[in-house]
Design a protein around this ligand. Structure first.
Ligand code: S3P
Length: 451
């Protein structure tokens, strides 16, 4: 699947105070997993608040391709009639994941221990991203793989006839890799164990437990998370409500901090501790951010976040916080552009293999808009509060978060900021532009039409 439309340059410009109460769309990580686990359960799972973005809809199609029946209903909810673990059908055609790294990597895990063959393709961004991090452990479990050089897409797999459970230590901080191995372990006999030296988002563990899998999480002597899953459970369908995505909430949060006079509330946001690093960081930078109405829904903490425009100061962001805000560095860099002094962000090696080389894309985008920054192999330093910023054209490299982050920059810059492609935003946040215009922000096409 390529993006629904051809590249559409967008620009944003200095906007009046942002105000209002909003909800951003459903969490992307939970939405992918809801569709996958619903497909693996026996019976009907219902999901409300599913993120209807290109990435998630690609996962829905992949699950349909192996036999799940997925329908949208009049009230906006979805049902998934699961085919059941172990009973997946062989897809009849190539599976196109578009831009979706989470979708393809987790699906490879699921298919890798089913006796089916499947071929995966993606867009130009996904085709550059490393799949070996998932394919290597799958090979050890018995999956056969033919992939393009460097284990890139397109890739074909033949799932193991007799899958082997395994113990795997995840070599990088990646929830996708952890999840792919656990999902492969679902259809292997015996116990699959994943050791996670650096904790990452735990939606797979929590949601699998909710679907009835026998899964335990302990700490070993070295303090590492050890996740053990008993293979071949019968997964039971669930009724799920997807909370709002903190990685999408990040954009209005930063916008409200940097656009003078703003005061907004973002409701119903997922506050899972592995996802809130940006909020912690922005508060340390002096952001006026208040969380209220904390509650638990579907096993996850959620809450409402009120943000008022603030004078920010530069800080050093601890490297070990990176996994809890890995998708938020581009928009943090934008906040840092308005902070007094330097913001130093170490531990960013994983940003090099996201939808784009995000470290380079952010640095080039800042430079194009007159914001001093310094990039090393795995760090970024942004020097804030420059005068006369904006006016640049930012290359988005098919990366939705680069596009959205730099449109946020433009809302508080002296001169408009243009991104070369706003169509990619549909991969995670299709309502981005309309939501910002509702708050009072100007995001428009390059010829001045409201987007
Ligand atoms: C995700 C994990 C993260 C994150 C991605 C979603 C997930 O990727 O960047 O947007 O849902 O498991 P990595 O596992 O590559 O860090």
């Amino acid at each position: 699947m390529s993006h629904a439309s051809s590249p559409t340059p967008l620009r944003s410009k200095a906007s009046g105070p942002l105000s209002g109460t909003i909800r951003v769309p459903g969490d992307k990580s939970i939405s992918h997993r809801a569709l996958m686990f619903g497909a693996l359960a026996v019976g009907r799972t219902t999901v409300s608040g599913l993120l209807e973005s290109e990435d998630v809809l690609a996962t829905a199609d992949a699950m349909r391709a192996v036999g799940a029946v997925i329908d949208k209903h009049e009230d906006g909810s979805y049902t998934i009639d699961g085919i059941g673990l172990g009973s997946l059908l062989e897809p009849e055609s190539v599976i196109d994941f578009g831009n979706a790294g989470t979708g393809v990597r987790l699906t490879m895990g699921i298919f890798g221990t089913h006796d089916i063959a499947a071929t995966f393709v993606g867009d130009a961004s996904l085709s550059k991203r490393p799949m070996g991090r998932v394919l290597d452990p799958l090979r050890e479990m018995g999956t056969s793989v033919i992939a393009r050089d460097g284990d890139r897409l397109p890739a074909s797999i033949r799932g193991a006839k007799q899958p082997l459970p395994m113990t795997y230590r995840v070599p990088m901080a990646s929830a996708q890799v952890k999840s792919a191995v656990l999902l492969a372990g679902l259809n292997a006999p015996g116990e699959t164990t994943v050791i996670e030296p650096i904790p990452t988002r735990d939606h797979t563990e929590k949601m699998l437990a909710g679907f009835g899998a026998d899964i335990t999480v302990k700490k070993n002597e070295a303090g590492e998370r050890v996740i053990t899953l008993k293979g071949q459970p019968e997964l039971k369908p669930q009724d799920l409500e997807v909370p709002c995505d903190p990685s999408s909430a990040a954009f209005p949060i930063v916008a409200a901090l940097i656009v003078p006079g703003s005061d907004i509330t973002v409701e119903n946001v997922l506050l899972n501790e592995h996802r809130t690093g940006l909020i912690t960081t922005l508060i340390e930078m002096g952001g006026d951010i208040e969380i209220s109405n904390r509650r638990v829904s579907g096993g996850e903490e959620i809450g409402d976040i009120r943000i008022k425009a603030s004078k920010l100061k530069g800080i050093t962001v601890p490297a070990d916080r990176a996994p809890s805000m890995i998708d938020e560095y581009p928009v943090l860099a934008v906040a840092a552009a308005f902070a007094k002094g330097d913001t130093f962000m170490p531990g960013l090696d994983e940003l090099r293999v996201k939808e784009s080389d995000r470290l380079a894309a952010v640095a080039r985008g800042l430079e194009a808009n007159g914001i001093p920054c310094k990039e090393t192999e795995d760090t970024l330093t942004v020097t804030g509060a420059a005068n006369d910023i904006g006016g640049g054209i930012v290359a988005t490299h098919l990366d939705h978060r680069i596009a959205m982050s730099f449109l946020i920059l433009g809302l508080a810059s002296h001169k408009p900021v243009t991104v070369d492609d706003g169509a990619v935003i549909a991969t995670s946040f299709p309502t981005f532009a309309s939501l910002f215009s509702g708050l009072g922000g100007v995001v428009e096409t390059a010829d001045g039409e409201p987007e």
